[in-house]
Design a protein around this ligand. Structure first.
Ligand SMILES: [Cu+2]
Length: 343
């Protein structure tokens, strides 16, 4: 065997070895990508890394979250406590109108059935009645259901209208982007920065005193008591942005922006989840809203990279204007001085 042949053989063996390593490693690489999306790790900076000054709420401020069955069976099956005006109204409608009407109708129908079974059984009525009309009863069973439907329709349509109310022109615009499988919050009126929010793992959640599968690394910080123009958008597939305790649910659809007004009553932490089946990790993209008084919200915005507050921008513009005016005055003075000796 000459030298050339040996080199060729070695080269072939090397190529086979490399191909084998490649084949073995490929599934590992795919699995690794499945486990942790690399985007999440790089984009979601820990809050303390970028914002040493801002103190986030602790678990004592958690207000909107589901109740475990073991803790309170009834509360676990009904609505969460509400923290918006629409939520209060909707809950009132459910508790004061819908539930009583449903209960009364159900018991009334049950009573009628039992009464008919007992009173009109064959044994008690050997000769069947031939009654086919009763004008009074026919009017009654038409008019009463109409009245019931009207009683339900009035608050129902009013709630629908409240939910579609257009936000005022000065509302703060925040855009929730749904990604497979995490959320990004874009602060369009505050410099356009985006906060990437991923679910915390079990030990990190429990260490922080927060519920696992609801706790996130970076919360969506929003102002309290002022209208928010909350927009939703799907960056890949359809997601849905849902917070039960804020009576808010809106689809996040690729190619179109949905928009709804949100006004939160009090500061606190409110948990929600993606509410549209969006893929393998749909169940692992929770939402955590941290609602803060406006001044604290603005303070938080200033700690974000590229975060601006409208009032700061106005103040800065005034400073620049003043400075420009001064320069202009100086120039004018100089011109006058320059011109004076010539006269
Ligand atoms: Cu989703």
């Amino acid at each position: 065997m000459n030298l050339g042949a040996i080199a060729r053989k070695t080269y072939q063996n090397l190529a086979i070895l490399l191909a084998a390593i490649g084949l073995l490693a490929a599934p590992q690489v795919a699995l690794a990508q499945d486990e942790v999306a690399p985007v999440e790790a790089t984009e979601s900076l820990a809050p303390e890394a970028i914002t040493p000054a801002f103190e986030y709420y602790g678990p004592d401020m958690i207000k909107g979250q589901p109740t475990p069955f073991e803790e309170d069976a009834l509360a676990s099956m009904t609505f969460q406590e509400q923290f918006t005006a629409n939520g209060d109204y909707a809950l009132w409608m459910h508790d004061a109108i819908l539930m009583p009407i449903i209960v009364v109708i159900s018991f009334f129908v049950l009573f009628l059935l039992l009464w008919v079974v007992a009173r009109y059984r064959k044994k008690a009525n050997p000769v069947a009645s031939k009654t086919s009309h009763n004008t009074l009863i026919e009017v009654v069973w038409t008019v009463i259901p109409v009245i019931i439907l009207v009683v339900i329709a009035v608050p129902s349509i009013s709630l629908l209208a409240k939910q579609y109310e257009t936000p005022p022109a000065d509302a703060i615009t925040i855009k929730a982007n749904g990604y497979q499988w995490y959320w990004g919050y874009e602060y369009l009126d505050n410099g356009g920065f985006e906060v990437i929010s991923n679910m915390k793992d079990e030990s990190a959640s429990l260490d922080a005193g927060e519920p696992f599968q609801l706790a996130v690394d970076n919360r969506m910080v929003v102002p309290v008591g002022v209208p928010i123009r909350l927009q939703t958008f799907g960056k890949d597939v359809i997601h849905a942005f849902g917070i039960p305790s804020l009576w808010f649910k809106l689809d996040a659809v690729p190619g179109r922006i949905n928009e709804k007004m949100l006004v939160i009553d009090e500061p606190g932490i409110y948990y929600g989840q993606c509410m549209e089946l969006c893929g393998a990790r749909h169940g692992y993209m929770p939402i955590a809203i941290e609602a803060r008084p406006v001044e604290e919200f603005e303070e938080w915005v200033r700690t974000q990279p590229g975060g601006t507050v409208a009032s700061d921008v106005v103040a800065e513009a005034e400073v620049v204007e003043d400075a420009e005016a001064e320069v202009a005055e100086d120039v004018a003075e100089e011109l006058v001085e320059d011109a004076a000796p010539a006269v």
